[in-house]
Design a protein around this ligand. Structure first.
Ligand code: GDP
Length: 351
């Protein structure tokens, strides 16, 4: 079997509905699951290895695993998500749409659903802040269904009503949705997982459904393999002391090595340069070392890294890049990028 790469997951939702808290909670779980493989910090992303996910989900785990973990990208907003494109799709393979279950859909939730629909990104709805449902009895990190079984009927009904409102809102956007435990086919119905990003309730189911979806949707998709040409997206272009202008990138395909020649889609034309250095954040325990970064010789998708290369001045955030070996490769890249950007602008205009 071919090695599958780590799927990229983005979290979208209305401001204050809990994006940051959810990612922090997933990261902090490391404390309660020390023996599992550690969380890896990337540039602009966090990797949660599959062993840790399994451990968080240990009471309910029932899927066969083919992916190495999940890479959560820290997209600060919807604009970043739409700018972070690759091959005519969104950079993320999957998304979590987070909604404060007490407030329901808000303008940015609607915007997020439209974006996900445009890019055909499979997503799971995290109906957050269930601990605020009147009468809710919380249990730290419990699977949702375990917590649910402990609630009284009045509280259950309150949550059910909120979930039905979400189902109605999603229906307006053309999605059929239901609470996850009532779904048979996760590729046809959008799963709603009630969670609390504060107590951790429901996070086991949320992660397990993401893993299941990632595997189901993406296993046969070539995009998910680590072989072949390195391809990625520029997250940010910034000056680093002693290094000059560098690019923070998400590598979504292939393996990138120091010395590789890469073509980057610039504003007006393609920029061709070569990779002088690939930097990763240093593990927290090595923080006393002078530099925040450690240099590596190569990196395999999916990963967030900092690239050191000459001629990065004209590079824009959101641009794509690809490893190239010949003039022919550069020509093909230029044509592909041009065509896809045209398609995207047509799609976005239609929204
Ligand atoms: P973001 O803007 O989507 O990143 O939202 P934040 O993660 O910053 O959360 C906004 C506020 O909601 C913060 O005060 C959080 O502590 C709070 N919050 C987030 N998730 C929950 C939750 O599950 N339960 C409760 N009670 N509060 C939450």
């Amino acid at each position: 079997m071919k090695q599958l790469r780590t799927p990229i997951v983005s979290v979208l939702g209305h401001v204050d509905h809990g994006k940051t808290t959810l990612l922090d909670k997933i990261r902090r779980t490391r404390v309660t699951a020390k023996e599992a493989g550690g969380i890896t910090q990337h540039i602009g992303a966090t990797e949660i290895p599959i062993d840790l996910i399994k451990q968080i989900c240990k009471d309910i785990w029932n899927v066969k695993v083919t992916i190495p973990g999940l890479l959560f990208i820290d997209t600060p907003g919807h604009k970043a998500f739409t700018n972070l494109r690759r091959r005519g799709g969104a950079l993320a393979d999957l998304a979590i749409l987070i909604v404060d279950v007490n407030e329901g859909f808000k303008p940015q939730t609607e915007e997020a659903v439209s974006i996900l629909r445009t890019f055909k990104t499979p997503f799971v709805v995290a109906a957050n802040k269930i601990d605020r449902i009147p009468g809710w009895q919380s249990s730290e990190y419990a699977p949702f269904l375990k917590s649910w079984a402990q609630q009284d009927d009045f509280t259950k009904q309150k949550l059910e009503n909120k979930i039905y409102e979400l189902i109605g809102d999603l229906y307006r956007f053309g999605f059929s949705a239901d609470r996850f435990d009532r779904i048979k086919d996760f590729t046809r119905t959008v799963a709603i997982v009630p969670i609390s990003a504060i107590t951790g309730e429901g996070i086991p189911e949320l992660l397990m459904i993401l893993v299941g979806l990632a595997q189901k949707y993406l296993e046969e998709n070539l995009r998910l393999q680590v072989e072949g040409k390195a391809k990625g997206t520029i997250l940010e272009v910034k000056e680093e002391k002693g290094l000059g202008i560098t690019c923070d990138v998400i590598l979504y395909d292939g393996t990138l090595k120091v010395g590789d020649t890469i073509a980057i889609a610039g504003k007006d034309d393609v920029i061709v340069t070569h990779v002088k250095g690939i930097l990763k954040p240093r593990p927290a325990k090595e923080m006393r070392v002078e530099s925040k970064f450690q240099s590596v010789k190569s990196v395999t998708a999916a990963a967030g890294v900092k690239l050191v290369a000459p001629n990065l001045e004209g590079v824009l955030a959101g641009s794509e890049f690809e490893a190239v070996e010949s003039e022919e490769d550069i020509k093909n890249f230029r044509e592909r990028v041009k065509k896809e950007y045209e398609e995207i602008s047509i799609q976005t205009d239609e929204e």
